[in-house]
Write a protein that binds this ligand. Structure first.
Ligand code: GLA
Length: 415
């Protein structure tokens, strides 16, 4: 369980590398910390059947109700800001001037009205389009119309664009996404640009080398792996992908631009509370966008408390915006460490991918998991908010990480 000195050295080198990230980012002033909000996709998918299923279909009513919940139930105060439509809001055709239009039955008042409503709640409205000829669900795509579409979104008062990659050749992403980025900037409206550019490239399954430096210059957040689904295997696959590419990803996560491992499924159907908190912990360690896809009108209290947990949110929203270091993996248990402010402080997560037995005990010196500074640390267990006291490098940590769960600590350096 205790990593060797070599590993510790490696860990410290990576932590320093994390702090040294100074790569340029999209110059629109947005996403100084990872964006937080809500998105229709995983929970409400492409349900267009409003006559049969009025409360669960993609419609202005759904967005307005979620905006109400976000504003009134504490989510907005905790930092959740963007209420976002995913696919399936569009009419099947553009209008006679080639402009995009929402489905009139489901969005009877139009998008400007919806944006005004969301803004009146102190929130922001996100929308979805696709770089290809069609969206993934087959609605009109932006190819050949990108400038017009950017103008349309700005006129409506849109604040975030999720730009997908279906029905296009992923080899063209390196032209299409920068073009859309430019058109969005040209509108002079600050529109956060959420790109699926690298995800398109991995789908091609070929030798395309994803150029994260260029992506960071054009996008505020970028989806780079398969769609998350509401089960813990999906979460583990994403975490493992981030682990495998850890050294590369650390170079590009910083204020202005962040990796997007996809939606937060806390409050969903498919994962236990422990699995949900493990997702939330790892997303915070990745400095990931916290974009929930759940039903805020009907959410278990423990899921709500998790989404509003101020300790986890502070790690996610830490101003350094670093990607955690995967320090080691041993028998399915992973140790991740993230530098946070004030300098020298750490967030630490044990992520347990095993789902058998009663968990894994950790008995180790604080220095063996990263707390090496002789000044010592004030340590807080994050899920319950328990003050664990002061730790010096030789203090013994004695904890247990449950199966399919995580154990998360904030270790603030003492001055
Ligand atoms: C793709 C994206 C998803 C979602 C759907 C919508 O699969 O990766 O996040 O936007 O399209 O059709």
């Amino acid at each position: 369980m205790i990593p060797s000195r070599m590993l510790l050295k490696w860990m410290h080198m990576l932590l320093l590398a994390g702090l040294a990230v100074l790569c340029s980012s999209l110059d629109n002033g947005l996403a100084r910390t990872p964006p937080m909000g809500w998105l229709t996709w995983t929970r409400f998918s492409c349900n267009t059947e409003c006559s049969l299923d009025p409360d669960f279909c993609i419609s202005e009513k759904l967005i307005m109700q979620m905006a109400d919940r976000m504003a009134e139930d504490g989510y907005k105060d905790a930092g959740y800001e963007y209420v976002c439509l995913d696919d399936c809001w569009l009419a099947t055709e553009r209008d006679i001037f080639h402009r995009l239009q929402p489905d009139r039955k489901r969005f009877p008042h139009g998008m400007k009205y919806l944006a005004d409503y969301v803004h009146s709640k102190g929130l922001k409205l996100g929308i979805y389009e696709d770089f290809g000829t069609k969206t993934c669900a087959g609605f009109p795509g932006s190819e050949f119309y990108m400038e017009l579409d950017a103008q349309t979104f700005a006129e409506w008062g849109i604040d975030l664009l999720k730009f997908d990659t279906c029905h296009s050749d992923p080899r063209d992403n390196k032209y299409g996404y920068p073009a859309m980025s430019l058109y969005l900037n040209k509108t002079a409206r600050p529109i956060l640009f959420s790109c699926e550019w690298p995800y398109g490239e991995i789908q091609l399954n070929a030798s395309l080398q994803t150029d994260y430096g260029t992506i960071r210059q054009n996008c505020n957040v970028w989806r780079n792996f398969w769609d998350v689904t509401d089960n813990f295997n999906s979460i583990k696959n994403i975490v493992n992908f981030y682990g495998k590419n850890n050294v590369l990803f650390q170079k590009y996560s910083a204020p202005g631009g962040f990796f997007d491992p996809d939606q937060l499924l806390v409050g969903g159907f498919g994962m236990s509370h422990y699995q949900q908190r493990a997702q939330m912990a790892m997303w915070a360690m990745f400095s990931a966008p916290l974009i929930m896809s759940n039903d805020l009108r009907d959410i278990p209290d423990e899921a709500k408390q998790l989404l509003l947990n101020k300790y986890i949110l502070s790690v996610d929203q830490d101003p350094l915006g670093a990607m955690a270091t995967k320090v080691w993996e041993f028998s399915g248990l992973q140790l991740w460490v993230k530098p946070i402010v004030p300098q020298g402080s750490l967030a630490i997560v044990f992520f347990n991918t095993n789902n058998f037995g009663s968990g894994t005990p950790i008995v180790s010196a604080a220095s063996d998991i990263g707390m090496t500074d002789p000044k010592g640390y004030q340590v807080t267990e994050v899920f319950k908010g328990t003050d664990m006291g002061t730790f010096m490098p030789d203090t013994k940590l004695n904890i247990r990480v449950f199966p399919d769960d995580a154990y998360m600590m904030i270790c603030k350096i003492l001055s």
